[in-house]
Design a protein around this ligand. Structure first.
Ligand SMILES: Cc1cc2nc3c(=O)[nH]c(=O)nc-3n(C[C@H](O)[C@H](O)[C@H](O)COP(=O)(O)OP(=O)(O)OC[C@H]3O[C@@H](n4cnc5c(N)ncnc54)[C@H](O)[C@@H]3O)c2cc1C
Length: 432
C-alpha cells in the first residue's frame, strides 16, 4: 500500500486556479464524490482528518505484521454496483477482490451454495440443494423471500414472527446482524428486505460474495486519491476541518473559498460543523438523533500451515459470527479475522471467548501465536425501525451531506456510502 502521506497531496502546480469544490471526509463516500466530479472534468479539494483515506474502511498496521490489515474485516456483495464499478475503474481485472457465488458454511453443518443461474433461480437452487435445513424450512424460506419486494414496517423480529424458530436462528437472524449490524429485535424490517431483495432476487451475480484481496484503503480511497490527483484535484490528509462559514462566493474553509461543499463525514462528526449555523439545524437534529452499534474484529495468527476450507465460515450462537481466513484472499497465511457484530464483551474477555470458539468449533489450536482486537465502537449507525436519516440536500445552496447515513435504502455499507457520494456530486454537476 502506498501511504497517502507519500503521495504529496497538494494542488497540481500546472493549474492556475485552485479547485472550488470542497469535500470534507475522505472515506468511501467522499472519494466516490471526488471520482464522480473528476469524471466530469471538475476538480475538487478533499480534506481528510486522518492520516490515511478510508474512514471506517481503512488500512491499519499491526506491529506483528509487515502487510497492513483493516480496521474491520469487510465483505461486499455483487449488488454493490456503484462501489464495484469505481473499484474496477482503478485496478486491473481480477486483482482487487475475489468474487464467489453466494455460499454460506456454518460450523454446525448448514451449507448453502448458489450456482451461476439468473435470479431468482440461483437462490432457488441454493435453497433446494442446501444442507442442514429441512424441506419445510426450505419452503418457508422461499415463501419469505417472495414477499421481499413489499413495503413493511416494524422490526425484523416482527417480520420473522411466522417463520419457524429454527430457521430464524440459523439463517435469518445471523443474516440480519451481518447486513444491518443491529439486533433483529430493533432492526428495520424494510431495510432488511431491501438488502435481501437487491442481493438475492434481482440479478444472478448480485448475490455474489466479494472478498477484498487488498487492504480497504488500497481497494478504493487511496487509489481514487491518486487518480484525482492526476486530474488536478487535491487531497489533503491529516487536516480536520473545524469551521465552515458561508460568504458571498459560497463557503469559506481555512481561508479559501469554495462554491460548493460536500460533508462526507460520519454522522457523529457532523454536529461540530452544523451547530453554529441555525439554518442547518434540521440536518443537525437528524444527525444528533442517531445511535450506534459496534463491531470488533479479532485478528488471530496461527502457524502458516493452518487453513480453513473456505475463505468465510459462519459460527452460530457465538461472539464471533464470521471467520475470514485471510490466506485465501491476502496471502496472509494462518491469519484469521473473526468478526463480532454488536459484541456483548470487549477487551481480553472477548479475545479469550473468540479463541475458545475457534478451538471448539473449527478445531484451531488453543493458543494462537498472537491475538489483536480492533474494536470500532461506532462502526455503524443503528439501523432500527424508526430511524430518521439526514437528507443530502440542506438549507444552504450547493451544500450537501453525503455518507452511508444519507442513503435511504441501505444500512451502513460501503455501497450506501459510495452511492451517496455519487448522488451529491451529481447534484453539484447539475448545478454547474
Ligand atoms: C468494523 C467495521 C466493519 C464493517 N463491515 C462492513 C462490511 O462488511 N460491508 C460493508 O459494506 N460495510 C461495512 N461497514 C460499514 C462501512 O465501513 C461504512 O458504511 C462506510 O465505510 C462509511 O463510509 P463513509 O464515507 O460514509 O463514512 P466514513 O468512513 O466514516 O468517512 C468519513 C471520513 O470523514 C473524516 N472526517 C470526519 N470529520 C472530519 C473533519 N472535521 N474534517 C476532515 N475529515 C473528517 C473521517 O476521518 C473519515 O475518514 C463496516 C464498518 C466497520 C467500522
Amino acid at each position: 500500500m502506498v501511504g497517502l502521506e507519500n503521495l504529496g497531496f497538494r494542488m497540481n502546480a500546472t493549474r492556475t486556479s485552485a479547485p472550488d469544490i470542497a469535500i470534507i471526509g475522505g472515506g468511501y463516500a467522499g472519494m466516490a464524490a471526488a471520482m464522480t466530479l473528476a469524471e466530469h472534468g471538475i476538480r475538487c479539494t478533499v480534506f481528510e482528518a486522518g492520516k490515511v483515506l478510508g474512514g471506517r474502511a481503512r488500512q491499519i498496521n499491526l506491529p506483528e505484521l509487515t502487510q497492513p490489515v483493516d480496521n474491520g474485516q469487510h465483505l461486499l456483495l455483487g449488488a454493490y454496483h456503484t462501489t464495484l464499478k469505481l473499484i474496477d475503474s482503478l485496478h486491473p481485472a481480477g486483482t482487487a477482490y475475489l468474487r464467489l457465488p453466494l455460499q454460506l458454511h456454518t460450523h454446525n453443518g448448514l451449507q448453502l451454495k448458489a450456482t451461476r443461474l439468473p435470479a431468482p433461480l440461483n437462490t432457488a437452487w441454493a435453497l433446494l440443494t442446501a444442507k442442514g435445513i429441512s424441506w419445510s424450512e426450505r419452503w418457508h424460506a422461499a415463501r419469505f423471500l417472495q414477499q421481499s419486494n413489499t413495503a413493511v414496517q416494524g422490526s425484523v423480529s416482527e417480520l420473522l414472527a411466522s417463520q419457524p424458530a429454527s430457521l430464524r436462528t440459523k439463517l435469518w437472524e445471523p443474516l440480519c446482524l451481518a447486513a444491518l449490524n443491529t439486533p433483529p429485535t430493533e432492526a428495520s424490517a424494510q431495510v432488511f428486505l431491501n438488502v435481501l431483495h437487491d442481493s438475492l432476487l434481482r440479478h444472478g451475480t448480485d448475490s455474489d460474495l466479494i472478498l477484498p484481496r487488498m487492504d480497504l484503503s488500497s481497494l478504493f480511497p487511496a487509489a481514487a486519491g491518486r487518480h484525482i490527483l492526476a486530474q488536478g484535484s487535491e487531497v489533503i490528509t491529516s487536516q480536520r476541518i473545524s469551521a465552515i462559514e458561508p460568504d458571498d462566493k459560497g463557503y469559506r474553509i481555512l481561508d479559501r473559498h469554495f462554491r460548493a461543499v460536500i460533508l462526507a463525514m460520519a454522522p457523529q462528526h457532523l454536529p461540530a460543523l452544523l451547530r453554529p449555523h441555525p439554518a442547518l439545524h434540521a440536518s443537525l437534529h437528524a444527525a444528533e438523533s442517531l445511535s450506534y452499534q459496534s463491531i470488533a474484529t479479532v485478528y488471530l495468527q496461527y502457524p502458516p500451515h493452518i487453513r480453513l476450507p473456505q475463505p468465510l465460515t459462519g459460527l452460530l450462537h457465538a461472539h464471533a459470527q464470521w471467520i475470514f481466513d485471510r490466506s485465501h484472499t491476502h496471502d496472509q497465511r494462518g491469519l484469521m479475522a473473526a468478526v463480532c457484530s454488536v459484541p456483548p464483551l470487549s477487551g481480553n474477555a472477548l479475545q479469550q471467548a473468540v479463541v475458545r470458539e475457534l478451538q471448539q468449533y473449527l478445531d484451531l489450536p488453543a493458543r494462537p501465536e498472537w491475538v489483536r482486537t480492533i474494536h470500532e465502537k461506532r462502526a455503524t449507525f443503528s439501523c432500527h425501525a424508526a430511524l430518521t436519516r439526514p437528507a443530502q440536500r440542506t438549507a444552504w445552496t450547493n451544500f450537501y451531506l453525503a455518507g452511508d447515513i444519507t442513503h435511504h435504502h441501505y444500512p451502513a455499507t460501503l455501497e450506501a456510502a459510495t452511492q451517496s457520494g455519487v448522488q451529491c456530486a451529481t447534484q453539484i454537476i447539475r448545478n454547474t
